[in-house]
Design a protein around this ligand. Structure first.
Ligand code: NAD
Ligand code: IPM
Ligand code: MN
Length: 346
């Protein structure tokens, strides 16, 4: 099912659906697409960012392609973002796979001096840490007013995400970079301990423990050293937007929010947000949404042929010069999508 959400969300999911339509028609498979509401759009319709009607739909249909949620219109009252967080928790999606790559032809859009071949995967823990820790809240008044968030991790939460990181690193025969703040945070010390435990099961995988501050610098300076990264929720959120900067635009990153085994349902969501500054103008880059659809096909449908077709068409469209404004071109969402469809038809 599709949850388009707010801002550019509907613009980019619409592009993804049109590309999906072309590939499934060509492959002769039938796909039923249903739509539901989330975020600000759901608040407008029902008063809640994740209404029961959406959850009921999620339970009947899987997997889910998401656009984006949030925007200045919903600054007061219930927050659209709460709907997305609740959906991730409801679906039990503890792992968020965020690949980044400098695409051929887009090297000039990267701020790096040597962007060629930069390609990596950030594996972000998605249902723990400061995002969900209790207690949280506000108290006091005036100068004594306070706000509290709790960053908490249980060993099992760390173990499963770290194990996934080892599996990816092992399969790609590259080192695993674990990013934490173990010089300050207790939760990071448990994180590091757990990495040391799990590595016993993966003797062939080299492990680098990195502190998040220096790792952020190194992601810029030595981007090629970060092939498979595993990190906690908040650090992963921040570092993946940094990776968007490295490849030339946040609009280029897709992601897969998953749990357990491939072949199960998940939530497939661009890394970017609702981009209120360009929403409604037909300027959004749909690549993040298209690559999220690719992630859906690989993870939930286990259909590499369909996924490859779209991924190759996107890369070829970019290589042949199709570019939205964020990556230095003048294409609209629509004309870029047409360029991808044209690639699919050749
Ligand atoms: P943003 O990711 O929406 O935008 C950051 C910048 O990147 C903006 O200049 C925007 O124009 C640009 N950008 C992002 N995606 C683009 C695309 N596909 N094509 C072209 N340019 C693109 O981040 P923000 O402005 O900090 O947040 C706006 C809202 O989105 C907030 O309410 C935030 O909470 C929400 N948000 C939602 C998600 C999500 O739904 N997964 C993710 C991040 C932020
Ligand atoms: C993301 C977003 C979300 C997050 C927000 C909108 C809750 O920034 O998907 O990266 O912080 O996880
Ligand atoms: Mn984010």
């Amino acid at each position: 099912m599709v949850l388009a959400g707010d801002g550019i969300g509907p613009e980019v999911t619409d592009a993804a659906l049109r590309v999906l339509d072309v590939v499934v028609r060509r492959a002769g498979v039938a796909v039923e697409v249903t739509t539901g509401v989330i975020g600000g759009a759901a608040i407008d319709a029902t008063g809640e960012p994740l209404p029961a009607v959406t959850l009921a739909q999620v339970d009947r249909n899987s997997p889910v392609l998401l656009g984006a949620v949030g925007g200045p219109r919903w600054a007061k009252g219930p927050r659209p973002e709460a709907g997305l967080l609740e959906l991730r928790r409801y679906m039990g999606l503890w792992a968020n796979l965020r690949p980044f790559e400098v695409f051929a032809g887009l090297e000039d859009q990267s701020p790096l001096k040597r962007p060629h071949g930069i390609k990596g995967l950030i594996i972000r823990e998605l249902t723990g840490g400061a995002y969900f820790g209790e207690p949280r809240g506000r108290g006091g008044e005036g100068e004594q007013g306070w706000a509290l968030d709790t960053m908490i991790y249980h060993r099992y939460e760390i173990e499963r995400i770290v194990r996934l990181g080892f599996q990816y690193a092992e399969r790609a025969a590259v080192p695993l970079t674990s990013i934490d703040k173990a010089n300050v945070l207790e939760s990071s010390r448990l994180w590091r301990e757990t990495v040391e435990q799990v590595r016993e099961d993966f003797p062939a995988v080299m492990v680098q423990h990195r502190l998040v501050d220096a790792a952020a610098m190194d992601l810029v300076i030595h981007s090629d050293q970060f092939q498979v990264v595993v990190t906690e929720n908040l650090f992963g959120d921040i570092l993946s937007d940094l990776a968007g900067g490295l490849v030339g635009s946040l609009g280029l990153l897709g992601s897969s929010s998953v749990s357990g085994q491939p072949g199960t349902r998940g939530l497939f969501e661009p890394v970017h947000g609702s981009a209120p500054d360009i929403a409604g103008q037909g300027l959004a880059n749909p690549v993040g949404a298209l690559l999220s659809l690719v992630g859906l096909m690989r993870w939930s449908w286990q259909d590499d042929a369909l996924a490859d077709a779209i991924e190759i068409a996107v890369k070829e469209a970019l290589r042949s010069g199709a570019r939205t404004r964020d990556i230095g071109g003048s294409d609209s969402t629509e004309s870029f999508t047409q360029a991808v469809i044209k690639q699919l038809q050749t």
